[in-house]
Design a protein around this ligand. Structure first.
Ligand code: FE
Length: 204
């Protein structure tokens, strides 16, 4: 049970709220994989860091599945044949506090999965069983016009990179940093975004 009420989240407690998810609900749920969702997100961030990604992309990797825990749709809806749209829930949770370079790859990571499965058969066959089962609920393969539109949008490369680290981050034997390791990075991005938002409102 979380100690946080989602309605009470603000810039001062958002990182504590996220940490609470990693420590409690995220480490207790597996969503059909061999790693917990917390392990999975930490390994995704590790993959981003090892690839030399920017801080924004490491944060996007770290937080990409956080929407499973900040969602009006039940996590169990996936088991009941309904997409829980966790990518939207996660992006909506984070959008007031983090830059678009963090939020948009999260919002589009399911689109990126559909895209990669469509354009690369080798990616489709590498999907975990759970991810394959969810693909259909998430819209299945893309139509050619969807492929074109996805390739044209501003965060295309970031979305694809994130989804590649995502699928590789499911190894129960792999060691990875704990959430604490990423806290300074999140705090810096949060402060940077607050500065930009303040400047923006002063100008407008
Ligand atoms: Fe994931």
């Amino acid at each position: 049970m979380s100690q946080f009420d989602r309605q009470q989240i603000n810039a001062s407690n958002i990182i504590d709220y996220i940490e609470d998810i990693f420590i409690h609900r995220g480490s207790e749920s597996y969503l059909g994989e061999k790693v917990s969702v917390a392990q999975h997100m930490l390994q995704t961030a590790q993959g981003a860091e090892q690839a030399g990604a920017s801080d924004s992309m490491i944060a996007a990797a770290l937080l990409h599945d956080i929407g499973h825990y900040a969602n009006d749709l039940q996590m169990s809806s996936l088991d009941q044949g309904q997409d829980n749209l966790h990518q939207q829930a996660g992006a909506n949770l984070l959008a007031p506090y983090f830059p678009a370079a963090v939020v948009e790859p999260i919002r589009q990571h399911v689109m990126a999965k559909r895209y990669l499965c469509t354009v690369q058969t080798s990616y489709l066959v590498r999907l975990s069983d759970a991810s394959t089962a969810n693909l259909k609920l998430q819209g299945g393969l893309m139509k050619p016009e969807e492929v074109d539109a996805f390739e044209q949008q501003a965060h295309f490369h970031a979305c694809v990179d994130l989804r590649i680290w995502d699928e590789e981050a499911k190894d129960p034997t792999k060691e990875h940093p704990a959430f604490d390791y990423y806290r300074p990075l999140l705090e810096a991005l949060l402060a940077e975004h607050a500065d930009i938002s303040t400047q923006g409102s002063a100008i407008n």
